[in-house]
Design a protein around this ligand. Structure first.
Ligand code: PPS
Length: 510
């Protein structure tokens, strides 16, 4: 088996002629971990026999325990280009988001996955030099890391959130008790649970470094596998073990020992007001005891722009966090109006933009329907696919505005939940806020207004696919604000939005 050894022969023509595919981000993260051997003993994406065995028994077909399905799904049309019986025609090149090759996959099985996709199983081998990207130098393979670790116990910490004093105290205690070297693994796959960009998380962890015992810090893409936190936790444990961790500080209760590694559930610590030390809750009389801030309390400090208190967070960490999550009144924001044609979204969006231009507190980009369809989405029509593309484009541009601290105001019909969810996700990944305003004016009222005469035409059958008449509008279930403009004046509708933004900290209080 030429694959297992470094000298897997891959003639240049095979690579040149092989189809190229860019997997989705979580699959790329899996791929990186496969290539670095962090998923040992896995060497590639799983096939149907392993997936069936895994579902039934929690083990692969050969009996190896393994927590999560590690799979690759591609469009069926692409899978059809591969011939798994021919070693020269079964190679698929996997590329990053920019199209640069990351790996070659030697497909040994193609199996049906969803309606329009197929799963591809097979070993992977790295192509190229491992790529670039922020903090790339911190992305080291398990073998590289293990080589630099001292002999003896290795205390592992998975830092998917910044480390504040309570966590730092737990780490210091555990390292002291075990006489262990510390290995901090920082997941940098996607924004963490609190919406912090991966680079910002790394900066926050590095900012706490001088408060830790002697340590090794490694960044790695730990993907999230949908719908199963326990199995994800088990996978994290496996990966930590591959990196040489002997004792892992649990970051969630679902972490279990296994794979030759012990999971330590740390004691709950509190701040002792008498001497400023962090110690076990039970050792501090209640009136001197301060509990660690919850994630929500930390978020709230950041949203308001109040400095995290020094008893809780080292100032260097607080500074990095404040830079990464500026107060809401300065943070980028996407205000996304959705609703039927004639519901009043454009009018409200324009009114909001005008009000903010007048106060001068924010820079505004108005992504108005007309402008968008004339420039950004020129050539798109009103098919389901075109509408989806239109909304994703708007969402992407809006998120970029938000990334740079601006306010983007959008007002397309945006009839589909999935496209709106994508827009929300873009904003989140850019570190911007997202406020969905459902302009819920009923169809009857929109039709009565019928400023452009489109409803009349649609009723007469002169135009097809009019939203609300013969094309669906999926009512949002996740709107931050719902406004029916029936009987509301222009000013009242805009004031409602301004009040919402003001009372949630996105604007100076009004
Ligand atoms: S979408 O679905 O979000 O991509 O639509 P959007 O970009 O907002 O464009 C909606 C405007 O295009 C006009 N128009 C139609 N709307 C709905 N259905 C059909 N078939 C259609 N054909 C043209 C309509 O004037 C919409 O403008 P607004 O401002 O919403 O009234």
């Amino acid at each position: 088996n030429g694959w297992a050894v470094d000298g897997w022969a891959l003639p240049d023509e095979v690579l040149r002629d092989a189809p190229t595919y860019t997997p989705k981000p979580s699959e790329i993260a899996d791929l990186e971990l496969l290539l670095s051997d962090a998923y040992t003993p896995l060497t590639g994406f799983l096939g149907s026999a392993d997936l069936i065995a895994l579902r039934r028994t929690g083990r692969l077909a050969d009996g190896t325990t393994w927590p999560v399905p590690v799979t690759l799904e591609v469009p069926r049309s692409l899978a059809e280009q591969l011939d798994v019986t021919n070693p020269l025609r079964r190679v698929l090149v996997l590329a990053d988001l920019e199209g640069a090759p990351i790996a070659a996959l030697d497909a040994t099985e193609v199996y049906p996955a969803r309606k329009t996709t197929a799963g591809i199983a097979g070993r992977v081998r790295r192509l190229g030099d491992g790529g670039h990207g922020a903090f790339r130098r911190m992305r080291r393979t398990p073998a590289e890391v293990r080589e630099t670790l001292p002999a003896g116990r290795i205390l592992g910490v998975i830092a998917d959130r910044p480390l504040h004093r309570p966590q730092l105290a737990q780490i210091a205690r555990a390292a002291r008790t075990l006489a262990a070297h510390l290995l901090v693994l920082v997941p940098v796959d996607s924004p963490g649970p609190d919406g912090l960009a991966p680079e910002a998380l790394v900066r926050c962890v590095l900012a706490a470094r001088d408060r830790m015992p002697s340590s090794t810090i490694v960044a790695l893409p730990l993907p999230h596998h949908e719908g199963d936190d326990i199995r994800d936790a088990m996978l994290r444990t496996r990966v930590a073990a591959a990196y040489g961790v002997t004792h892992l500080l649990a970051s969630s209760e679902s972490m279990l020992s296994g794979g030759g590694l012990r999971v330590l559930v740390p004691r709950e610590l509190a701040y002792d007001g008498r001497d400023g030390q962090w110690r076990s809750l039970d050792d501090i009389p209640p009136k001197h005891r301060r509990l660690p801030l919850t994630a929500a309390e930390i978020e709230d400090h950041l949203d308001r722009g109040t400095i995290l208190p020094e008893w809780h967070t080292p100032p260097a960490v607080a500074r990095e966090l404040a830079r990464a999550r500026p107060p809401r009144r300065q943070r980028g924001l996407v205000v996304f109006f959705t609703g039927l044609s004639g519901s009043g979204k454009s009018t409200m969006a324009t009114g909001l933009a005008d009000a903010l231009q007048e106060s001068g507190e924010r820079t505004i980009t108005l992504l108005d329907g007309d402008i968008v369809r004339r420039h950004l989405s020129a050539g798109l029509g009103f098919s389901a696919e075109d509408r989806d593309t239109n909304i994703r484009r708007i969402g992407w541009v809006a998120a970029e505005v938000g990334r740079h601290g601006g306010v983007a105001i959008c007002c397309p019909i945006a009839p589909y939940r999935d496209s709106r969810a994508a827009a929300r996700e873009f904003a989140r990944n850019a570190g911007a806020g997202f406020v969905l305003v459902h302009v819920s004016t009923p169809l009857a009222e929109c039709e009565r207004r019928d400023r452009k005469g489109l409803y009349a035409k649609a009723r007469a059958g002169l135009i097809k696919g009019m939203t609300g008449i013969d094309d669906p509008y999926e009512v949002p279930l996740d709107a931050e604000l719902t406004i029916d403009t029936t009987g509301l004046s222009h000013g009242e509708a805009v004031t409602t939005v301004l009040r919402y933004l003001g009372s949630n900290g996105w604007l100076d209080p009004r």
